[in-house]
Design a protein around this ligand. Structure first.
Ligand code: MLT
Length: 269
């Protein structure tokens, strides 16, 4: 099985894996890579891989499954000499983080779930994913997906009104996605099981972050996850939609710093 070939990394300290949204890449975490290690670079070791087919990562030959991506993350930790890490992801990245918790729970030092949900797709959502997968492959272009997703439902009305540069940035990031990666990821997400059963077994500190205006994985999904996790903080970020770290980076980064502090306190003998 091939491994993700590309990971952005910065800092030393508590390992923090950040898994990107669909159909973006590790580039969405540029700000967190710069800021979360702190002024002297020792507050966190941030590892942001490109998930299969996105960014600089090869697609590989496996059938679509988020378990494949979760196992890629475990191999990334092995390769990086990391035993346990805070593993976090946004939306699709959050689904992968939940698959990681199911399959590699002993390697979690903390869990970060941003703008994501533990429930599986409805039949209608699965059919829509297959429609998009076929369309982008047939047209050899992701334009249809970008036009359907931006500026809404991805971004909040507040972002669209007050931060047009964020709309442009997300459009550029989405447009870089390869049609084959989009189709593979849509099919992998359609096939994912529900993860509600995983949450009560996560005994490490957890953070659930959601944009107050998230129209894709709304606040109710975040509340349900936070309520099922034994040790979770819920942060609802005003003015943000589905892409909180890009739309409200200060609030997002503050929430992650608080999680890292809780992880450090929990690991202290
Ligand atoms: C994402 O942002 O990763 C997507 O909205 C996830 C999904 O399509 O369910």
């Amino acid at each position: 099985m091939s491994e993700p070939q590309h990971v952005r990394e910065s800092g030393t300290g508590t390992p923090l894996v950040l898994l990107h949204a669909f159909p973006l890449s590790s580039r969405m975490w540029e700000r967190q890579l710069a800021v979360l290690p702190g002024p002297d670079g020792t507050a966190a070791r941030v590892l942001a891989p490109d998930l299969r087919g996105f960014g600089a990562a090869p697609q590989g030959g496996e059938e679509p499954s988020l378990d494949v991506l979760a196992d890629d993350v475990a191999r990334l930790l092995d390769r990086s000499g990391v035993g346990r890490a805070v593993v976090g992801g946004l939306s699709m990245g959050g689904y992968v983080a939940l698959a990681f918790a199911r399959r590699h729970g002993d390697r979690l030092a903390g869990l970060l779930l941003a703008d994501t949900k533990a429930d599986p797709d409805t039949g209608e959502a699965r059919a829509n994913r297959e429609r998009i997968a076929r369309a982008v492959l047939a047209r050899d272009s992701v334009r249809l997906l970008v036009d359907e997703q931006l500026p809404q439902p991805q971004l909040s009305a507040t972002t669209v009104r007050e931060r047009p540069e964020v709309v442009d940035r997300v459009r550029a990031l989405m447009s870089e996605a390869a049609p084959a990666a989009v189709a593979w990821a849509q099919r992998a997400m359609a096939a994912r099981p529900g993860s509600r059963d995983v949450l009560p077994a996560v005994s490490v500190p957890a953070l659930v972050v959601v944009g107050e205006e998230d129209a894709i994985t709304p606040v109710g999904d975040a509340r349900a996850m936070a309520g099922a996790l034994p040790d979770a903080e819920l942060r609802i970020v005003p003015g943000a939609g589905h892409l909180t770290p890009l739309e409200a980076p200060d609030a997002f980064d503050d929430a992650v710093r608080a999680l890292l502090a809780r992880v450090t306190a929990a690991d202290r003998p």
